[in-house]
Design a protein around this ligand. Structure first.
Ligand code: UDX
Length: 446
């Protein structure tokens, strides 16, 4: 009989995983403790913008015309426990307020609520990003609480999806990593992932601590690459070098590779910043803090970039933002997402606002979330409206829409044709040819 899957938590990770499992042919039951989220998902919609996800949901959510009917949702733990053979726990692990450590309370409470109802053999699979050591602790807790005792097992299966590519990354992962303690758990997970879509995908079987560490190590490496190139940009600026050329040239070395070497205002979002901080905090608890002191520097290079963008903009408008209209293109932490968590773009916009600039923000998808987080900023309905009468334009999130803007028309609408590219994604030659003064982080002024 085919395995039945449940997915606990319906954020980016959970909603995508649930829909992807249904796409792979499984009967899936998703759970969230927020009834409004469930109501939205049941109508084939999501609370966040994620390309392709709503289409995938509508293909499978029961009750939607023409759907496979394989995906349902509930708020009831007992229903989930009764339904599933394999339970994926996909809840959030945010940074604790005022601390580096990560907040495990959502994972703990999800695992406990589920375990109490598990009265038949089942596999609980943690997918959330957690500090190393938690899988071991949670395995003991589940064994203590589950009525089926040792018939219930835990496994850890970290998820590497990127926002904006969540569907693609889930259906076509680079690798599948499973931390297991028994052959039975490994067999079940192989069965879950033994689909034509994932055929040929490396399947790495390991222990609990390694599985947990793979995720934090991968994110730390990515953060390090970004801060490395941003550090190079900091040196290029006074030296007159061009960090974009530099990145291209070092990226041809296959050992380095071209990806994640785009210099600019740095990384943000709900993952990289908090993951490297939680990793440092955990290494400290393990007595290995020295091993990760470099991550403190990675974090400070990253945070410094935001201030440097503000300084660059202030210098460009003559040393003070007072009386200056500043157009900010981009509010989300990256394109193809409406997520503004720890967004470098909004941080820069907020700093300029605090220094007296009249900031107007436009973002293709992040306006509602940005308004909620920064209600004191002004918002425009289009890039052209934001740029109208601006003394300086800051390009802070590299949406495709911004690369397709008409520099000539915008130059006529702006008070000053002055553009600063905080993402190194626009073509300086095109903007300069249209009469703009174009500056970019880590690149020569002209
Ligand atoms: C990241 C990891 O990539 C993913 O594997 C993990 O599962 C979750 O965390 P995500 O947060 O969606 O994914 O974003 P990512 O694409 O990694 O970008 C993170 C930030 O780095 C963004 O703010 C982006 O603008 C910035 N970035 C990325 C750069 O500044 N330069 C680059 O070259 C690449």
């Amino acid at each position: 009989m085919a395995l039945k899957i449940t997915v606990i938590g319906t954020g980016y990770l959970g909603a995508t995983h649930a829909a992807a499992m249904a796409e792979l042919g499984f009967e899936v039951l998703g759970l969230d403790v927020v009834p409004e989220k469930i109501a939205l998902l049941e109508s084939g919609r999501t609370p966040m913008y994620e390309p392709g996800l709503e289409e995938l949901l509508r293909r499978h959510v029961a009750g939607i015309e023409g759907s496979s009917g394989r995906l349902r949702f509930t708020t009831e733990w007992s229903e989930v426990a009764e339904f599933g053979d394999v339970h994926f726990v996909c809840v959030n692990t945010p940074q604790k307020q005022g601390e580096y450590a990560c907040d495990m309370s959502y994972v703990d409470s999800a695992m406990e609520s589920l375990a109490k109802h598990l009265d038949k053999p089942s596999l609980v699979v943690g997918k959330s990003t957690v500090p190393v050591g938690n899988a071991e602790r949670l395995a003991a807790r589940i064994a203590e609480l589950a009525p089926a005792g040792s018939e219930v097992e835990l496994a850890w299966n970290p998820e590497f999806l990127r926002e904006g590519f969540a569907v693609q990354d889930t259906l076509h992962p680079d690798r599948i990593v499973v931390g297991v303690r028994s052959e039975r758990a490994e067999k079940l997970l192989r069965e879950v992932y033994a689909t034509p879509v994932t055929e040929g995908t490396p399947f790495v079987v390991t222990d609990f601590p390694t599985a947990e560490l793979v995720k934090t190590a991968a994110n730390s490496f990515l953060a390090t690459k970004i801060s490395f190139i941003n550090a190079m940009a900091e040196v290029c600026e006074p030296a007159g070098g061009d960090v974009v050329k530099l990145a291209e040239a070092i990226g041809y070395d296959e050992r380095i590779g071209p990806k994640f070497l785009r210099a600019g205002i740095g990384f943000g979002g709900g993952c990289l910043p908090k993951d490297i901080r939680a990793f440092m905090a955990r290494a400290g608890e393990l007595g290995a803090d020295q091993a990760l002191t470099f991550l403190r520097e990675i974090d400070s290079i990253n945070m410094r970039r935001r201030g440097q963008m503000v300084d660059m903009a202030r210098d460009a408008v003559g040393g003070s933002f007072l009386g200056k209209r500043v157009a900010v293109l981009g509010a989300t932490f990256k394109p193809d997402s409406d997520d503004v968590r720890d967004s470098p773009a909004l941080n820069v916009a907020g700093q300029i606002h605090l220094q007296g600039g009249q900031v107007t923000v436009y973002d293709p998808k992040g306006m509602d979330n940005a308004r909620r987080l920064f209600p004191t900023l002004a918002y425009a309905d289009s890039a052209a409206a934001a740029v109208r009468d601006a003394h300086v334009v800051l390009h802070l999130t590299e949406w495709r829409e911004f690369r397709e803007l008409d520099p000539v028309a915008l130059g006529e609408a702006a008070a000053e044709p002055l553009l600063l590219d905080g993402r190194n994604a626009l073509d300086p030659a095109v903007w300069r040819a249209a009469g703009w003064t174009f500056r970019a982080m880590g690149r020569p002024t002209a």
